[in-house]
Design a binder for this molecule. Structure first.
Ligand code: DX5
Ligand code: ZN
Length: 229
């Protein structure tokens, strides 16, 4: 994974057909996804429950790009090795998930993965000020985590602030929640480079109609990069 700030689209498979993950992952990658975003929820840190390490491990052989695993769980540290074994390329933990996020990011890197740190909408940018040399990605939540399909919460001020704090460090700014062709340009102009999108990618398509995924991904990318469709 070489670092640059070109806009990347990371479809969240939270909006995929849960009976057909392998084919769904192959379809979004064939249709232009840059990364595959996997939302891990524990029914405790967030009020919803999704995938554990064995499920993530089963996704791995289908992912040719980058498996971007977003942990919405607390605690994080006891599970880091399991997600490394499952084949996560990037492992993101929430700054709100416990008192020792600094140690968590060190442990994620020590386990051989890229380390991400996520911020809930109510958490200020300053919460990651002392973590930027330990992180490969900062994930700005633009919904309260737990569910796909929620409305975008404007965090462009926080994104701009983070972009300035990051400076020339090789740290991605990812935005997660309610990203679609309307909201994508706002966050990219503010400094985001990785756009997670669940419902806006999977809406209207299926593994039998994969071109809809391609059209949806292109619509987000075109809007984000300001190129007229
Ligand atoms: C929310 C998840 C998101 C979500 C995005 O808790 O972290 O990744 O699936 O879904 P949309 O794009 O539908 O808001
Ligand atoms: Zn996510």
């Amino acid at each position: 994974m070489t670092f640059d700030r070109k806009t990347r689209i990371a479809p969240s498979i939270l909006s995929a057909d849960f009976a057909n993950f392998g084919a769904e992952i192959r379809a979004i990658e064939e249709q232009g996804a840059d990364w595959v975003h996997v939302d891990v929820m524990d029914g405790h840190f967030v009020p919803n429950l999704t995938f554990g390490p064995p499920a993530v491990k089963a996704f791995r052989p289908h992912v040719k790009t980058v498996m971007d695993v977003h942990l919405m769980i607390a605690p994080v540290d006891p599970y880091i090795d399991a997600y490394a074994q499952a084949g996560a390329d990037i492992l993101t933990a929430h700054v709100e998930a416990g008192p020792h996020i600094h140690r968590t990011l060190q442990a994620i890197r020590a386990a051989g993965m890229k380390a991400g740190v996520a911020l809930n909408p109510g958490t200020p940018a300053e919460a990651v000020a002392h973590l930027l040399d330990l992180a490969d990605l900062v994930c700005v939540m633009t919904v309260n985590p737990g569910f796909g399909g929620q409305s975008f919460i404007d965090m462009t001020g926080k994104i701009r602030q983070l972009r300035a704090m990051i400076g020339d460090r090789p740290v991605h700014i990812e935005v997660d929640g309610g990203v679609d062709p309307k909201t994508a340009p706002l966050v990219v102009q503010a400094g985001a480079d990785v756009l997670v999108a669940g419902s806006a990618v999977f809406r209207g398509g299926s593994v039998a109609q994969p071109r809809v995924y391609g059209d949806n991904i292109r619509a987000i990318r075109t809007a984000a990069d300001g190129v007229p469709a």
